[in-house]
Design a protein around this ligand. Structure first.
Ligand code: GAL
Length: 418
């Protein structure tokens, strides 16, 4: 865990003590815990830091590396237990509600009411931004997990056609192998395996995804379709390289960027890496929905949960919340991050082709009842259930369980975690 003060923060503290008003200066600073440490993520975070600094709010950074935020949530628990909660914490879905239930979060109703958040933030996000009718978090974006990021030159060599179903996907992966590149750039970490599993399950039907991951129906969790999902995971595993275990997701993105691998299955934060590397959609890479999930979206929204802090720190916290929801910021940040805005009224003009597609897909899926919370990223179930699913998925993906064994273990593991 690293912790450091930005130069502006140091300057603010110095000015504060010179003026004998450290309490006053505290009102103008925020301490933010997050896991945005990759190149693309850090570039996006910088948009927020600069925005706040332009408003006179200094930023104390608390980065906790580890994609998906598992490590960040452990560090957060330790901070809160020692009575020292950060001002704002990047958080996903059910984790936000869990902290709200514990009574640890502040109340954003005043700023949300003044700025009309109710009307512009979609209900699917509000479900996690509000607890007991009160605003507790400020959503910064909407990501989704059922994406593929393909190296364009490799796809062209393979004939240029985007795979539309499982058989075409397998044929493309075989072609990548024949080209002498790693077909799938993967990072063997439980949350990454689970991110792929989101897409594989969704491709077997939206009703199936909902029954299995939203409703936790034992028949879906332990049925024939789930067995097919695990069999497909085994097949996909045969296309990763020998060094995939433990690799960070952004290093897997780099393999596709550099043409060493054909495709990465990853949420659209991966696009932040392509953008950072100055790669252009349609020219250098192709973004497409995982085959047979077109029209459906498994989403996760990064929100900043606002913790209960000393009264003198609340004004800066509220300014941070307001800054996050400003339409100009929403556009500037999400263009860099690879996500769609958390508000429905932000113009798509500044977004590239993949960003425009993300925004349009999201609106369509929402309208058609095909928008579902991502299991892998904490928007389908509380952490205990999510971790139980991670465990079975990872063991199966690594060959410790057969598909037959996994499909028996999954409903049992989920039942035990509830
Ligand atoms: C997700 C998060 C994204 C991205 C990703 C990898 O959970 O929503 O913003 O940061 O993890 O770190």
């Amino acid at each position: 865990m690293r912790k450091f003060l930005t130069t502006t923060a140091v300057a603010a503290i110095m000015i504060g003590s010179l003026a004998g008003g450290s309490a006053v200066r505290a009102a103008e600073s925020v301490e933010v815990l997050h896991w945005w440490t990759s190149g693309g993520e850090a570039a996006a975070l910088d948009v927020l830091k600069k925005d706040l600094e332009s408003k006179g709010i200094s930023w104390t950074d608390m980065p906790v590396a580890g994609g998906g935020g598992t490590e960040a949530m452990t560090v957060l628990r330790a901070r809160v237990t020692s009575g020292n909660a950060p001002t704002a914490v990047q958080m996903l879905g059910f984790d936000i509600l869990d902290w709200a239930k514990e009574g640890s979060l502040g109340n954003l109703d005043e700023i949300a009411g003044k700025e009309g958040w109710d009307k512009v933030i979609p209900a699917a996000l509000q479900k996690f931004s509000k607890y007991d009718g009160h605003w507790i978090a400020a959503p910064v974006n909407v990501h989704s997990t059922n994406w593929m990021w393909i190296n364009k030159a490799a796809l062209d060599k393979a004939g240029g056609k985007e795979p539309q179903n499982w058989d075409e996907l397998v044929a493309l992966l075989d072609n990548f192998k024949a080209q002498g590149i790693t077909p799938i750039a993967a990072g063997g970490q439980p949350w990454q395996d689970a991110t792929l599993f989101d897409a594989v399950v969704l491709s077997l039907g939206t009703d199936f995804y909902k029954a299995a991951f939203i409703d936790l129906d034992p028949a879906a969790l332990g049925g024939d379709k789930m067995k097919t999902a695990f069999e497909r995971m085994t097949k996909l595993r045969s296309y990763v390289d020998d060094n995939f275990s433990g690799r960070d997701w952004n290093l897997a993105s780099a393999m596709v960027i550099e043409g060493k691998a054909g495709v990465q299955f990853m949420g659209d934060w991966a696009k932040g890496e392509f953008v950072k590397a100055k790669k252009v959609p349609g020219t250098d890479f192709v973004c497409m929905r995982y085959p047979e999930t077109q029209g459906s979206v498994t989403f996760n929204s990064d929100q900043f949960a606002m913790f209960k802090v000393a009264a003198d720190k609340v004004p800066a916290q509220m300014q941070m919340a307001a800054a996050i929801e400003s339409p100009t910021f929403q556009s500037a940040f999400n263009v860099v991050k690879g996500s769609a805005p958390a508000r429905t009224d932000v113009s798509n003009e500044a977004f590239d082709a993949c960003g425009k597609k993300a925004i349009a897909d999201l609106a369509d899926a929402d309208k058609n009842g095909k928008l579902f919370g991502s299991m892998a990223h904490g928007h389908a179930n509380p952490a205990a259930v999510k971790n139980a699913i991670y465990d079975v998925v990872t063991r199966e993906f690594n060959g410790e369980l057969t598909a037959d064994e996994a499909v028996k273990e999954l409903p049992a593991a989920v039942a035990a975690a509830q």
